[in-house]
Design a protein around this ligand. Structure first.
Ligand SMILES: Nc1nc2c(c(=O)[nH]1)N[C@H]1C(S)=C(S)[C@@H](COP(=O)(O)OP(=O)(O)OC[C@H]3O[C@@H](n4cnc5c(=O)[nH]c(N)nc54)[C@H](O)[C@@H]3O)O[C@H]1N2
Ligand SMILES: Nc1nc2c(c(=O)[nH]1)N[C@H]1C(S)=C(S)[C@@H](COP(=O)(O)OP(=O)(O)OC[C@H]3O[C@@H](n4cnc5c(=O)[nH]c(N)nc54)[C@H](O)[C@@H]3O)O[C@H]1N2
Ligand code: SF4
Ligand SMILES: [Mo]
Length: 758
């Protein structure tokens, strides 16, 4: 239970939102611009802090983040759905007793897998770790997965396959600043991590920023100063584009053959696989002119050659635009292959990285909330890994269930025969953010019992039988692992509302009621101490890290083994910003994490899935993000200034596409396919391709882009193809409004367009 204690005037911590984890100081007090009706004693002030990643800057979301601490519609008491279907406040003991009784009853009647858990990459390391243990030991279920499956899974799978290890950036972010060239594929950092843009400046100044995006995004526009390039392929064709870049590098003798021979295996198979992708064929498939492709390949290769001689380094970076496809793992692999051909990963001449998204998207994928995983990035199917974790948990290994199923499969099996009948959701708004969300909402409604831990009545919480009010970022202690694999302290800066509880406390209370084996401490530091042991010797080894070290310097990159000897495949296990700290800021300098120390070059082939080939008359739906909103929008739609800046769903369309469909700027349009219908306001933008429409996924109800996305997934990573659905576009026909009435006040509030049009 949270203790009301004294809070210092200003506490150093980090932003609640994305993986850049900008440093800030939080002081209790009324939040500037706080929401009307908010609790005046629950606000806080935010000031940016100097830190290498954000350089003292914050984006609008960071600046306004504290406003939600005292939001008027924050949930501050447990809510229980009554027989009349209405959610009403209830006492903690009453709801926890009920939840535990439901678990027991369903387990007895249907087996332990009748209960499932859905976690998140926004949870602290401690909560993510504890949630994985809670599922396996307290619930006894194998069914746990999390929203990182929608986020980092393709990049993680590719990194593990090629390098033997997945750390989003295997080098400090500040290394990018001196780059001579950066190939940035499917990432719109100018909106998704604005303070990151400073790290692109070196490449921009050198004319070496090359952005690949079917949209002329804010980031693509950054490449237009100087001699930078914007490649604007047909969506879903990054794989052939990358095969084409590799083709040019090899055909023109620009590969670093010495590096390939020393540090990789599989070069010849990759060379054979890219041979058929000559630039003119790539042009026919991707729409990117052959000459532009050659220019890009030569610029990267020439800069890489200079880098090997001590010049400015070269980086290849990916974002969700290339990863969230049914071939996302292979596309990311093709990007890694290109970086390997240029001789970059594990050298001072540059590298490959992926830009992790959620606040703890990196740590969230290391500590065991993934269906096939145990802490320390261990495998749940490996007997030695299971034995190690069982010992750290103090339980018999046989008590740890086997692997579960990935997120999309889990969410689409809810309430179906053989599927889970009860679900716990911690930190995700799946009713808005999951693919084919209409089907997910049906599944949530089929469940016998839904428990959602949140601080707002998100669209998912609005479906719950029990809502458990939890702490917000500035009210809790813990650690986050940022996009560089650097472990940071999240600190309690303000006192939480009396009715809210920490998730560690909730798990401990339920574990006790369920007579769970293992330990469930409520103090984050105590959980971290156990996490250290559980991770010891694993790929993501945190055993050498403790809160005291973090509090002293905030510069520990994993792996950080307790004995301070280098982890396998890494050589730079050194003190970084502080002489007392250990860590591995740069991975792979001595070798990759495969047993032979060599990177795998995996030959990948382009085979477009049916959905990716547009039917005549349809457009490709691109989905993504706006600066002002975060993810499902559950938080940022509640911040007045952010919501005022982006109040409604806008569909970005090329003027020619709009004209062909009889649509003018500002018109309401209907986007539809076999899965659903969405209403949006047309926003004409000549930077779009004529065969695409772009929708952000931040809005709910009939403005939810995920009513249209497909649940088809990548066979390796189980990543859904969020970035590539086929849709029909029309002006909103009179009488064509979706007729289902709003289910909740939250949903109604999220349907301004439909309501306005009625
Ligand atoms: N403002 C804001 N910032 C955020 C978030 C947020 O919700 N809002 N979320 C955070 C999280 S969890 C994540 S994962 C990151 C995501 O960060 P990004 O990866 O930068 O975000 P997206 O907007 O999803 O996608 C990036 C770009 O991919 C492009 N794209 C779409 N399809 C394709 C394609 O087929 N090929 C290529 N090359 N590009 C394509 C889109 O046009 C878009 O500009 O952002 C983090 N930061
Ligand atoms: N079409 C489309 N869909 C996408 C994507 C896309 O690009 N296109 N991107 C995907 C990606 S990359 C991601 S990461 C997902 C993200 O989508 P979601 O998983 O839905 O993420 P959020 O909207 O951040 O939801 C977080 C919820 O948890 C609450 N919350 C925040 N912190 C905590 C906490 O510490 N504990 C608890 N219990 N609750 C908390 C918030 O109030 C909010 O309701 O969306 C995916 N969906
Ligand atoms: S860029 Fe990300 S971490 Fe930084 S202030 Fe914005 S949302 Fe927060
Ligand atoms: Mo994400």
């Amino acid at each position: 239970m949270p203790q009301a204690g004294s809070t210092p005037a200003s506490t150093p911590t980090h932003c609640p939102y994305c993986a850049l984890q900008c440093a800030m100081s939080v002081s209790p007090g009324p939040a500037a611009g706080g929401p009307a009706g908010g609790s005046p004693d629950r606000g806080a002030g935010v000031e940016p802090r100097q830190f290498p990643t954000n350089g003292g800057a914050l984006c609008r979301k960071g600046w306004s983040s504290a406003q939600l601490l005292g939001a008027a519609d924050r949930i501050v008491e447990p809510l229980l759905r009554g027989p009349d279907g209405v959610l009403r406040p209830a006492a903690w003991d009453e709801v926890l007793d009920l939840v535990a009784a439901k678990v027991r009853a369903l387990r007895t009647a249907h087996g332990a897998d009748a209960v499932a858990v859905f976690g998140a990459g926004g949870l602290t390391n401690e909560k993510a770790y504890q949630l994985g243990k809670f599922a396996r030991l307290a619930l006894g279920t194998r069914l746990i997965d999390y929203n990182g499956r929608f986020c980092m899974s393709s990049a993680a799978a590719a990194g593990n396959r090629s390098f033997g290890l997945d750390r989003g950036l295997p080098f400090p972010l500040t290394d990018l600043g001196g780059a001579g060239a950066i190939l940035l594929l499917g990432s719109n950092v100018a909106e998704t991590m604005p303070p990151f843009v400073r790290h692109l400046q070196g490449a921009r100044d050198a004319g070496g920023l090359i952005v690949v995006d079917p949209r002329r995004s804010a980031t693509a526009r950054l490449s237009e100063d100087g001699a930078g390039l914007h490649l604007q392929p047909t969506p879903g064709t990054d794989l052939p584009l990358l095969l084409g870049l590799a083709h040019v590098v090899l055909a023109e003798g620009l590969a670093d053959e010495d590096y390939l021979a020393r540090r990789t295996v599989g070069r010849d198979a990759v060379a054979r696989s890219v041979a058929p992708w000559w630039p003119e064929r790539v042009q026919a498939t991707t729409g990117v002119p052959a000459a532009l492709l050659r220019t890009a390949a030569r610029r990267l290769a020439e800069t890489a050659r200079a880098a090997r001689a001590g010049g400015a380094p070269v980086y290849v970076l990916t974002g969700r635009g290339v990863e969230q496809h049914v071939n996302g793992t292979d596309t990311t692999t093709a990007a890694i292959n290109l970086a390997l051909l240029l001789g970059l990963p594990g050298t001072r001449a540059g590298g490959f990285g992926t830009l992790t998204g959620q606040g703890n998207g990196q740590g969230g994928r290391e500590h065991g909330q993934k269906s096939d995983q145990l802490p320390g990035y261990r495998k749940i199917t490996d007997p030695a890994h299971r034995a190690h974790v069982a010992a750290a948990w103090g339980v018999d290994e046989s008590l740890i269930p086997g692997p579960g199923v990935p997120a999309t499969e889990l969410l689409h099996s809810l309430g179906l025969p053989g599927g889970p009948r009860m679900l716990f959701v911690h930190g995700s708004n799946v009713a808005v953010s999951a693919p084919d969300a209409g089907r997910v909402i049906e599944g949530l409604r089929r469940l016998d019992f839904l428990v959602v831990a949140d601080f707002f009545l998100s669209e998912t919480a609005a479906e719950a039988d029990v809502v458990l009010p939890v702490l917000q970022w500035a009210e809790e202690e813990g650690t986050m692992t940022n996009l560089e694999g650097r472990i940071l302290r999240r600190r309690r800066a303000v006192t939480p509302p009396p009715g809210a509880r920490s998730e560690l406390w909730i798990m401990a209370e339920l574990a006790r009621r369920l007579d769970a084996p293992g330990r469930f401490p409520t103090d984050a530091r105590e959980v971290f101490e156990e996490l250290r042991e559980a991770s010891r010797g694993g790929l993501a080894d945190y055993s050498g890290i403790d809160y005291a070290a973090l509090d002293a310097g905030e510069a520990v990159y994993w792996p950080c083994p307790a004995d301070a000897s280098p982890a396998a495949g890494t050589d730079e296990h050194v003190a970084v910003d502080s002489p007392t700290l250990h860590g591995t800021p740069r991975l792979f300098l001595d070798g990759f994490a495969h047993p032979d120390g060599k990177a795998r070059m995996v030959a990948v082939r382009f085979g477009a899935a049916a959905e990716q080939l547009n039917l005549p008359g349809t457009l490709t739906l691109l989905t993504g993000r706006l600066l002002e909103h975060y993810q499902s929008g559950a938080q940022t739609r509640r911040v007045p200034e952010l919501n005022a800046a982006q109040p409604e769903l806008r569909a970005e369309l090329h003027p020619a596409t709009a004209l062909a469909h009889g649509i003018a700027d500002g018109d309401l349009v209907l986007l539809s396919n076999g899965r659903g219908r969405v209403v949006a306001r047309a926003a004409l933008d000549a930077g779009m391709r004529t065969d695409c429409v772009f929708l952000p996924f931040h809005f709910a109800g009939d403005a939810s882009a995920n009513l249209l996305t497909s649940s088809a997934t990548d066979p390796v990573s189980s990543m859904p193809g969020f970035k590539n659905a086929s849709v029909s576009l029309s002006p909103l026909p009179v009488g064509a409004l979706p007729d289902a009435g709003p289910r909740s006040a939250a949903e109604a509030a999220a349907r301004p367009l439909v309501e306005a049009a009625r």
